[in-house]
Design a protein around this ligand. Sequence first.
Ligand SMILES: *Cc1c(COP(=O)(O)O)cnc(C)c1O
Length: 342
Amino acid sequence: MIDLRSDTVTQPTLEMRDAMVSAEVGDDVYGEDPTVNKLEKTAAEIIGKEETLFMPSGTMGNQVALLAHTERGDEVILDAESHIIYYEVGAPAMLAGIQLRPVSGLLGRNATDILRQAYRPTDIHFPNSRLLCLENTFNRGGGTVMTSAEMKDVYELAHEYGLSVHLDGARIFNASTAARCDVKEFTQYCDSVMFSLSKGLGAPVGSMLAGSKKFIEKARKYRKALGGGMRQAGILAAAGLEALNMVDRLAEDHANAMRLAEGLAQINGLDVELHRVQTNIVLVDVSSTDMNASELVNEMKKRGVSAVTFGPQLVRFVTHKDVDGQDIEQAIKVAKLIVENI
Ligand SMILES: *Cc1c(COP(=O)(O)O)cnc(C)c1O
């Protein structure tokens, strides 16, 4: 199966498996796991924050960040299509008891205008606006990159309003790879950031939450409360340390995504916004075919290519280290066969 559903399907490398076998471990709830401690220190240096915390998942990383930044009843401003509102099970309501304020276009070119319109000052009727959440790369946007200049502008405006900024950076290294810059160019414009080890970087499990020492102290307690205090977690952190070495190869995934996008765009009936293909995600609109998204996904699956629906007429393909150029050509061939023969 050529699995283009997500970069989460990546298998851990031999180096990761070896590192896991020989990892030195201890009880991380007591702060005694040397491999977790090494991962948290290394990740902090790379991401440019005082401290980081190893998380079982990106979802827990984001939810702990929301808990640590807010009080019950606070308002959090985010994009209506952001992962936190779309794919995290309504957890902000369940856990932090906060009000999400979804706005459209926040992760586009006019972020500051959108924030200006969405922000509400202190008033007896209004919730307290506390936090702005960004997402880079923007998953439902098609893996698009918010530039560091755009992040800077919206970050500064948020601070003017007294809002903290959390970055859902599950794929922030895809953003820095696309922009050919150090990841700190982006992370300097947020107060906290979550990034995934388990996506394009290939680790079996894990994400990092990063921020100030004080923020991480709070976050550590919330992680424990949610059941995320892991014991000999160095077994997993060892793979995470190897994952941090996988950043340089993300460019390959981006090249494969572009080739896939161009190939699919040439098929009669499939529409791809090529300018939105900036990293490892390709969104394909099937409205001009006589199939809907799930029909295309099902037909492709029968012929050995997996993707996911992203809406009634939208299909998402994600490239990663376990698919190569040949797989991409095969995926294009299969799509062409299905779409043009119907
Ligand atoms: C995958 C993803 C997450 C959540 O990560 P999990 O480890 O799957 O919980 C959060 N935000 C974005 C943008 C993602 O793509």
